[in-house]
Design a protein around this ligand. Structure first.
Ligand SMILES: Cc1cc2nc3c(=O)[nH]c(=O)nc-3n(C[C@H](O)[C@H](O)[C@H](O)COP(=O)(O)OP(=O)(O)OC[C@H]3O[C@@H](n4cnc5c(N)ncnc54)[C@H](O)[C@@H]3O)c2cc1C
Length: 422
């Protein structure tokens, strides 16, 4: 790797923006192919895993799916789920293994098309590149609703990316808003620590962890699900917008069933609406859709089980049977408001996701919502590529599992172009 103060190359054939797993995978392939390039990373390698995850965070995907080019998981627990510091070490080890031409602490503040390529502006100097790969992840700006401004200063508010552990929160009950992977796992973290948790449940789907004697990821690998490109997926391009299924890798991996949490005392509500003042109190309001959202999460859970049953039957596999699924809890009534002071809420955690922010890129490659329009990472602007987007091609595109395959696909495009820049 370059020393922090190394001067920035004025002209390079390829520039990669982002030093996470996607940027490093691309760099590894370019280096092996002998294509000169640089990697710009705003912070440090693995920044997102290091700084935007809670202390007890672990992978939801099994370790064996960490298979970056030239750096497959080599530990002794392929079916386990690496903890946060192990993930950071895995990525740091990757970078150390091939010494990418990496400039850490260098943010690209503006990218624009110029004759024959692209100008990348940074505070450490500008760079001209014939081709550019944007590998800046998909989780840029934490989403917090404007309604949050109505909460008094006495209530601590955090986005899920700033949550670390239960000790960080003042004594009292916690409202977690959002039931995607982060919301569910943070709610569980607090619940296991004995905190009183209120959870606003949205439309996120859920997945079984182990079914008919095997990890679900093993079944889905064998049945070819992970190889389906989004174009052949029943949901087509809309699958890129879907919230991830919730389950956890904690303690060796298990399902998350919010109904079970409810039985254990967690207070569940429907989708969060707003904060309003009413009857002399500050109220959090929710849609009357908790029952519906739990049923929908179960529907996705059951459809995964069904697809595995069909695969087992079609292949004539001898696999143990499972008892039919029975919900363990049903809401007796929809509760649409929560008196925050009355319930002793002292913290609110917003776990409703992130918005993408590509305003620094000046190129006509975005749709009306500011998302890159790309096919397998290739845009309509010659020489401008994206890598690491959710479902860029397959389920594993935005994950450790298959970002390497997408990088290999881009390598074929990058290697074909003779930019004459160097
Ligand atoms: C809560 C959560 C849990 C996840 N769990 C899993 C899991 O279990 N398994 C799995 O496979 N995947 C998981 N993912 C998905 C995915 O693996 C991660 O989001 C991963 O961080 C994506 O890697 P990346 O390299 O594409 O992007 P990032 O890790 O986000 O890296 C992008 C890098 O670009 C840098 N950057 C951004 N803008 C600029 C700029 N203008 N100039 C220079 N540098 C810039 C950032 O500092 C950052 O380091 C999870 C994601 C989240 C949010």
């Amino acid at each position: 790797m370059l020393s922090p103060s190394a001067p920035i190359a004025r002209r390079v054939p390829v520039a990669i923006v982002g030093g996470g797993q996607a940027g490093l995978a691309m760099s590894w392939l370019l280096k092996r192919r002998g294509i000169e390039h640089v990697v710009f990373e705003k912070h440090r390698v693995a920044h997102e895993w290091r700084e935007a995850r809670w202390d007890s965070f672990c992978l939801v995907t099994p370790n064996w799916q960490c298979r970056l080019p030239g750096w497959p998981y080599a530990g002794d627990d392929p079916h386990g789920f690496m903890l946060k510091e192990q993930i950071v070490a895995y990525l740091e080890g990757y970078a150390a293994s091939f010494a990418p031409p990496l400039h850490e602490g260098v943010q690209v503040t503006r990218l624009r098309r110029v004759d024959g390529g692209f100008e990348l502006q940074t505070r450490a100097g500008d760079c001209f590149a014939g081709q550019v790969v944007i590998a800046t992840g998909g989780y840029h700006t934490p989403i917090v609703p404007r309604s949050a401004e109505r909460l008094p200063g006495t209530i601590l508010q955090l986005h899920s990316s700033s949550y670390r552990n239960p000790r960080q929160l003042p004594a009292g009950a916690v409202l977690v808003v959002g039931s995607g992977q982060s919301g569910c796992q943070i709610a569980e973290d607090l619940h296991l620590a004995g905190r009183e948790v209120h959870l606003a449940v949205g439309a996120a789907p859920r997945s079984p962890r182990v079914y008919r004697g095997r990890e679900v990821t093993d079944w889905l690998t064998d049945s070819g699900y992970y190889d389906i490109p989004y174009e052949r997926h029943p949901q087509k391009e809309t699958v890129r917008e879907k919230t991830n299924h919730y389950l956890t890798g904690r303690d060796g991996g298990r399902e998350i069933d919010l109904r079970r949490f409810a039985l254990e005392g967690m207070q569940l509500y429907g989708r969060f609406g707003e904060i309003i003042a009413g009857d002399g109190a500050l109220l959090a309001r929710f849609a009357p859709d908790l029952g519906h959202n739990l049923d929908q999460a179960d529907a996705s859970y059951l459809s995964i089980r069904r697809s595995i049953d069909q695969y087992i039957e079609a292949q004539g596999i001898d696999a143990p049977c499972e008892a039919p699924y029975m919900p363990v809890w049903e809401p007796q009534a929809e509760r649409t408001s929560l008196d925050l002071a009355g319930a002793g809420i002292t913290s609110v955690i917003w776990a409703i996701g992130f918005a993408a922010d590509y305003r620094w890129i000046e190129a006509p490659v975005f749709d009306g919502r500011g998302r890159p329009v790309q096919r397998r990472g290739v845009t309509d602007v010659d020489g401008l590529y994206f890598l690491g987007l959710p479902w860029q091609n397959t389920w594993g595109s935005g994950r450790f599992a298959d970002v390497g395959k997408d990088a290999e696909y881009l390598l074929r495009h990058l290697a074909l172009a003779d930019t004459g820049v160097g």
